[in-house]
Design a protein around this ligand. Sequence first.
Ligand code: AMP
Length: 281
Amino acid sequence: MRIVKSVAGMKALARQWKKEGKRIGFVPTMGYLHEGHLSLVRESKTRADVTVVSVFVNPTQFEPKEDFKKYPRDLEKDSAYLEKGGVDCLFYPDADDVYPPGYRTYVEVHGLQDRLCGKSRPGHFRGVATVVFKLFNIIRPDLAFFGAKDAQQVLIIERMAVDLDLDVEIVTCPLVREPDGLALSSRNAYLSPEERRAAPVLSRSLRWAERAVAAGERDAAKVVAGIRSAIEAEPLARVDYVEAVDPVNLHPVAEIRGDVLIALAVFVGSTRLIDNVRIAV
Ligand code: AMP
C-alpha cells in the first residue's frame, strides 16, 4: 500500500493511474476506522481497479464548539487495517496542504445542507461538500463510496456531483451495525460503558417505527412521537432531532407513504450519535 501525504503527490499518482487506464475507487473517511469503513473499501475493491482511502479530519466541517481537537485519531492502526484490507493508497494530507493560507472557496448545497443535521450543525455540510469536492479533484475517482449511515451527506454529495458536472459515480453502501443494533461510528469510542449500554436505544426506536408502519401506522407525527418517547425513556439519552422526511428533498412528510427517510440525532451523555432508516410503503 502506498502512503501519500502531499496533495501534489496524490495528484501525480492519480494522473499516472489514469494514464494506465485504471478505474479509481475512492473512500473518504476521517479515520479511526471500523468495519463500516471497511465495507466501503470492500465494495470499491470489487468495482474499481485501484482503491484510495483518505484519512482526513476535516476542520471546516466542525462547528467551533465541536470535537475537532479530540476527534479520535490512530493513523498507525488505520494504516495497518487498510493494508490488510488490500487498499492501494492511503492519502492523509495535512490541513494546511488542503487549506493553505488565504483559502476562501466553499461549496454549498442549498436547501439540503440546512435540514436535519444541518440545523444543529450550521456549517457542517458546507465543510463536507467542500472537502469532498477538493478530494475528488485531487484523486479524480471514477467511483466514490459513501455509507447510508450518513444519509443526508450522501444526498448532498450526489446533488453536488450532478450540479457541478462531476465525472464520478456516487455509490451508497448499507449501514453496518453492531450485533445489538448500534450503528458503527468512530464516535462510539467516546461512550462510557454505561452510555454504550444505553446507545442501542437509537436503533431500537427505529425498529419500533418500522414495526408500527408495518402494522399500518401512516401518521408521521405519531411515528416520530413514538420514537421520541422511546428515546426519552432512556435517562442517558437526549433527542437532538427526530424527523420523517422525503428522501429526495428532506422536507418533513405528514404521511408515511412511498419512500420515507426517518432520521435522528441523539446525545448519549455528551456524544452526539446519528441513525436512520428508509421505509417504503
Ligand atoms: P467518517 O469517517 O465517519 O467520516 O465516515 C466515512 C465514511 O464511512 C462515510 O461515507 C460514512 O457514511 C461511512 N460510514 C461510517 N460509519 C458507517 C457505518 N456504520 N456503516 C456504513 N458506512 C459507514
